[in-house]
Design a protein around this ligand. Sequence first.
Ligand code: ADP
Length: 569
Amino acid sequence: MGMEHLPGNPHIMLKLQIPRWSERPRILMLMLAMILPAAALIAFSAFYLRNMQREKAIEAAYHVEYERMLAIAEKEINWRMYETADMARSEFPDRDNPGAIDGFLETHPEITHALLWTGKEQMVFRSQSSRLASGAFCAEDQTQASDFTTWWNLDAKMYIDKLRKYEAHEGKHLVFDDHWVSRGDKWQYQSLVMFIPRGSSPERPALAGFIYDTDYLKNKFFPAALNEVMPDQTEADSMHPKTAMMVRTVKDDFPLAASNHWDGGTAEVERPFQDVFSGLILGIKLRGTTIANVSAHLFRNHFMILGALSLLMGAGMILTYRSVARELALAKLKSDFVSNVSHELRTPLALIRLYAETLELGRISGTGKQQEYYEIIRKESERLTSLINNILDFSRIESGKKEYSFRETNVADLVRTTLESYRFEIEQNGFQIEQKIDNDLPPLWVDREAIARSLLNLVNNAVKYSSNEKYLGIRLYRHDSSVNLEVVDRGIGIPEKEHGKIFEKFYRVGDPLVHNTKGSGLGLSLVRHIVQAHGGEVAVESAPGKGSRFIIILPLQRLGIQQVNEVSA
Ligand code: ADP
């Protein structure tokens, strides 16, 4: 841009803050519209989960499910037992053939005792003959025989009636009862099966029965039955852990028998057997864990997912807020830019027209005056050209079409000639120029026009933003592996927090001293782009009231690489 921008032009009032206060409520409204439903959903889910946790809903659901499983299991086990016993019944001797009972027992080792009642005091009680060698069993045999004789003499008729009715109504031939015997100091559970033997009639009634031994129930029947009724567990996982079932007597806490994988402990849900195995209890539990644990695990997982979702939402909110704020601020900057540039174009055009018309009318007599007008017209056109060049450059950069033509250059010469063409104007504006240029610098590969424009932008800013002390320092020197070009002023300076932002496109510091100066906010963003294209960086050191130092750092090494690229291209 031209050199005649002096502070004090009250043309442009800009206030750039990101985001502006007036925009904040709009952004927040936008955010709330997005976030509120999601937040409400999360809060509702958390509340719902919490309630479920408090009401032990998962535990309750497990209980209901397990009670259902136990009911089904009981039915299946009963049916199995009934089938087994009914098979044995069909092999039981005729009522008039009590001598065959021993043979029946021999073929059914799972049965300990068999009985046949054919009338008052007509009772046959037989036990497994192979086990009678044991004294304890022999004693058991005798007590059982006398107990049953007493009992059946009293109750046989009642059982026969019951069985008849049962047969007539339900088509079943067997009645079961629990039967306890004490072996040693322990009560043993046995299962008594009663039925009407073949050859009986109402006139010649008879009642028969046999007893399944504890050992058979414990070691054979229940393990097989329990494993069979267990649900398929191939799809068990941590959410649906495997289950195990067991059977215990009402007199014991520990299992009489259990399915595979029973891992000790007590059942979580139990159901007393009715009908076939009264006196026994069926129980179910989870393997390796408890319902309470599973429920706690499930709730923990759900709460963690909700927590993660909330975090994501929070992060999303922050990101969206920032990006929307940035977009809004950029939109504002762009509209400010358009009005700034229009102002900047209008002033020189008006001046050019005014002076050209005056000259055209031929009213200016003195050649000195004429000369002055011509000069104003030239300077104003130069100012227009440089503004338009900046804008064109910027638009090329934005669309990615900016190309640089790198040439081996004596940077000291470049800086000197660039300054020379503006020296007079700068000094006319009352500036004292201090120039320190190292002459023995290595030649660099640079785009001469671009570097000159960068320097001019910095010099122009130094002039624009100096009011009291009009000092301009230019330094060019070698520093380690780079060549530094410094532009120093003692002007209004820039607060530290603005140092990063001033290089952004359209950005202007929100200071009244800056407002009063014309500008498009493009200069420094162009400088930075140009310097970075040369592999370098631009830095700023500045404090309000103390002035500013802008440093263009052009690395020697990188420029060497550029050179190689140029050649190979
Ligand atoms: P502008 O056209 O507004 O000068 P620039 O991109 O060149 O745009 O500069 C961006 C902003 O940086 C300026 O608006 C001004 O606030 C600040 N700035 C740049 N150079 C100087 C300086 N030498 N002294 C004080 N402030 C400066």
